[in-house]
Design a protein around this ligand. Structure first.
Ligand SMILES: [Zn+2]
Length: 221
């Protein structure tokens, strides 16, 4: 016995199904890319600014809203996009610019509600600035100590804050997309705590030690 040859209408249904399936996959791919990548607004913000980006401050009502917004992670697609390298370079150019002269900066301070910080590594030779995506503090050790802090987003003010000097950070390595953990000690640990707070919408002024009211100063971080 032989199979009956496929008639014309069955063939046409199969072709239509194949076209429909291809279209569905194409639509899904477009949506998936949009969902996991940089938004058009973020692209415009990063690419559209000079190397030294505008730093948001608490003095502007619109800026304050962004500074108070908790941040979301960067996806593997975002880290693989050339825009990530552009953002990392611009954040470093901004924090090291003569007008800012800071030791750390966080995503919200340049208008991005993403978990990314640039920190000066005083614990490394040459004290380089490095960028950390998807950063979290995963351990705090010892007793917190008081130290004076300022913030690029809170111009002209400084205050005493309790911070730990021995912590663990976890972040994503952009090249591999894998998470890694690192132990940080000393003043660099203080910077990491200040910058990571920004990613949760927290400012150092929320944590001022009551017996050490803030004062005004010209330098900031
Ligand atoms: Zn700050």
């Amino acid at each position: 016995m032989k199979f009956a040859p496929m008639n014309h209408s069955m063939k046409s249904i199969r072709i239509h199904l194949r076209i429909l399936l291809t279209l569905l996959v194409a639509v899904w791919l477009v949506l998936a890319c949009k969902k996991n990548g940089w938004t058009e607004e973020e692209r415009a913000l990063i690419a559209g600014q000079p190397d030294v980006m505008r730093v948001l401050t608490v003095e502007n009502e619109g800026d304050l809203q962004v500074l108070r917004t908790p941040c979301t992670n960067l996806s593997a697609a975002m880290l693989a996009d050339p825009l990530y390298e552009q953002l990392a370079a611009k954040m470093i150019a901004t924090v090291t610019s003569p007008e800012q002269n800071g030791v750390g900066i966080a995503g919200p301070q340049v208008g991005l509600s993403r978990r990314i910080v640039a920190v000066q590594r005083f614990d490394k030779e040459g004290e380089p600035f490095e960028v950390y995506p998807n950063i979290r503090i995963t351990a705090l050790r010892g007793e917190p100590e008081l130290g004076r802090e300022g913030c690029l987003s809170v111009p002209g003010r400084r205050g005493e804050v309790l911070r730990y000097r021995d912590i663990d950070i976890q972040y994503t390595l952009p090249a591999s997309g894998k998470d890694t953990t690192e132990r940080i000690e000393g003043f660099t640990a203080v910077i990491f705590q200040h910058e990571t707070d920004h990613l949760d919408g927290v400012l150092y002024t929320d944590k001022l030690a009551p017996e050490h009211p803030e004062d005004t100063a010209s330098d900031s971080e």
